[in-house]
Ligand binder design. Structure first.
Ligand code: HEM
Length: 215
């Protein structure tokens, strides 16, 4: 096994650069609170993996969505497990991001030169919230429908552009099949791509700047 890895790496050359990337100096006196960022990233990976698997059976259509969820729960091998993992990872993802933000705030690590990374981090939080909101509609049951009806109705209260914005989000006057497809596309394509890009920026800056010294 070791020789095969060595043979592969001679051609592929990833082990050394990765070691240089992952094994870095960190300041003295860090504690477990510094793990929340990595924990959030771990949940993000679980979400991506289980989400990919769910997309094999989930059908984003007005007529089929609910039935496909019932099928995932009852017929698909380990479907219930993959779906539960996706739901739980989503909750823990949000909690980890919040704890991570509190850690960064409490250690005042947002100060220069890390202010841009704080802003990029804030955007990841918005993307995470939007992912939770769009994902909530996908089971297409009563709870999902009415939560989205109420959530999107709030957009209407925005002065001047409220009506037009609500129509753009829903794709029709009421929450409908058009909303479902829209939310599905945003949930599985737009937002994960945005998150990937933002996390790349986040990690790139952490790599360049290192972890801030303890106060
Ligand atoms: C998906 C969400 C996020 C992930 C996966 C993530 C991941 C990470 C990781 C792995 C670190 C290294 C240190 C640590 O783990 O504590 C870090 C540092 C940092 N994060 Fe995040 N983060 C996220 C969201 C946020 C948010 C919402 C903010 C602020 C609004 C933020 C601001 C920062 C800053 C300023 C640092 C540098 C801290 C230092 O040098 O001590 N991050 N992030």
């Amino acid at each position: 096994m070791g020789r095969m890895l060595a043979w592969l790496d001679e051609r592929f050359h990833v082990i050394k650069p990765h070691r240089r990337f992952l094994q870095r100096r960190i300041p003295d006196g860090l504690n477990y609170a510094y793990c929340f960022g990595g924990l959030a990233f771990t949940f993000f990976l679980v979400l991506a993996g289980t989400g990919l698997l769910l997309s094999i059976y989930y059908i984003p259509s007005e007529k089929e969505a609910y039935r496909s969820i019932v099928m995932i729960n009852e017929t698909v091998l380990f479907g219930w497990l993959i779906r539960s993992l996706h739901k739980w990872a989503a909750s823990f993802f949000i909690v980890s991001i919040i704890l991570h933000t509190i850690r960064v705030f409490a250690t005042r690590s947002y100060r220069p030169p890390r202010e841009l990374n704080w802003m990029v981090g804030s955007l990841t939080f918005l993307v995470a919230m939007a992912s939770a909101f769009t994902g909530y509609l996908l089971p297409w049951d009563q709870r999902a429908y009415w939560a989205t009806e109420v959530g999107t109705a709030m957009i209407q209260t925005i002065p001047f552009a409220g009506d037009a914005l609500m129509l753009a989000v829903r794709g029709s006057n009421e929450v409908s099949g058009a909303t479902l497809i829209r939310f599905y596309s945003i949930h599985v394509l737009f937002l994960p791509l945005c998150m990937g890009l933002l996390l790349w920026m986040h990690f790139h800056m952490i790599k360049r700047q290192g972890i801030a010294k303890r106060l």
